[in-house]
Design a protein around this ligand. Structure first.
Ligand code: NAP
Length: 336
């Protein structure tokens, strides 16, 4: 059986990766419809050995497709996902628009595949935030084994997490500064080249940023346990692709580092870097990969049931596009 698939945001960083990954993983696509705004309508994307023209979403007839992957921002999803769903199309949405609605499944296939069963509530499935996805793929086996009480996490997030504009801001500022010219930030609150910015998204009332609160809300929803305490600090770093996280997790019962490594060796979607001096990094190891890479696993010398680890993944792939395609695969395998 084949499915007609629309990709909304086809000219963007995540949308382009979605199209590549549908092809790489041989998803059973009948006809692919790449969609974006009128700005890039008429541009082409490569799929199945052909150039396909991007169409303006405003003119699209949703009854032609069974599945749609959305990554064009939350406002675009708020407008089009209900319309697509009304036409019988199942929407897998990469934005933050529906993630916290109680009747919308928020799914990481390696972590909570059963949540997908509720997709008919609104014909919409939400894909979690990139930072949450890689953290929970790595922590799920520990949670299953003894339970997680609290997570302290500091993220090191690449500029591709802000899409193609983030990539061009870092590239442009780097070139200008190396040529001795001053820079004016446009996308980020401060210069990102050769710098670190401890703010991703806007601030909320409690002093945490929205990006940080996404990690709190999504962790509790996905693991189905509102008692798990999560304390994040999210930092934008001058790296093009790949997010990294220093995670300090407090468990309900102690596990030693060897036990944790054994769990991670057998965990779906995880590659363990066992040798302490051979840790994963975004540039060498994560870019272009679909696995979540874990290194620096060690017991926390400051806490009796604490474990530290370093978690790296390609934010555009596993953090967004790959996870969405995996949700589509699960949907087709188990429900359609
Ligand atoms: P991007 O590179 O800036 O691409 C944005 C895409 O959205 C483009 O295809 C753009 O089309 C389209 N778009 C914008 N406004 C539109 C409108 N009014 N109607 C139709 N299409 C419109 O951004 P991105 O990184 O791919 O991110 C897209 C979404 O995925 C965001 O919601 C983001 O939060 C989420 N996300 C991104 C990541 C990541 O690592 N990058 C991870 C998780 C989630 P035009 O070319 O026509 O403007």
């Amino acid at each position: 059986q084949q499915f007609n698939v629309a990709v909304l945001g086809a000219s963007g960083a995540v949308g382009q990766a979605m199209i590549e990954i549908l092809e790489e993983r041989a998803f059973p696509v009948g006809t692919l419809y790449p969609l974006a705004s009128s700005r890039s309508a008429g541009d082409t994307v490569r799929f199945g050995g052909k150039n396909l023209e991007i169409k303006d979403v405003e003119e699209f007839d949703w009854s032609q497709v069974q599945i749609a992957l959305f990554s064009a921002g939350a406002e675009v999803s708020a407008k089009w996902a209900p319309i697509a769903a009304e036409h019988g199309c199942i929407v897998i949405d990469n934005t933050s628009c529906f993630r916290y609605d109680a009747d919308i499944p928020l799914v990481i296939p390696e972590v909570n595949p059963d949540a997908l069963a509720d997709f008919r509530n609104r014909n919409i499935i939400a894909n979690p935030n990139c930072s949450t996805i890689q953290m929970l793929v790595a922590l799920k086996p520990l949670h299953d084994e003894v339970g997680i009480a609290r997570i302290n996490v500091a993220t090191y997030q690449s500029v591709s997490g802000s899409g193609k504009e983030g990539v061009s801001e870092l590239a442009g500022q780097t070139a200008q500064l190396l040529n001795g010219r001053p820079v004016e930030p446009t996308l980020y609150p401060q210069q990102i080249a050769f710098n670190l910015i401890p703010q991703i998204d806007s601030f909320t009332d409690n002093g945490y940023t929205r990006e940080e609160m996404k990690m709190v809300w999504e962790t509790q929803k996905i693991l189905g346990d509102a008692s798990i305490a999560v304390n994040p600090t999210c930092v934008r770093v001058p790296v093009f692709y790949g997010h990294a996280e220093a995670v300090h997790v407090e468990l309900h019962q102690p596990l030693d580092a060897d036990q944790v490594k054994e769990l991670l060796r057998n965990a779906p979607g995880v590659t363990l870097f066992d040798d302490e001096a051979d840790y994963p990094t975004p540039v060498r190891d994560a870019t272009g990969k679909d696995e979540v890479l874990v290194g620096r696993v060690r017991q926390d010398i400051s806490h009796p049931s604490g474990i530290n680890m370093w978690i790296v993944a390609d934010n555009v792939r596993k953090g967004a596009a790959t996870n969405s395609v995996q949700i589509a695969e699960l949907l087709v395998r188990d429900y359609l």
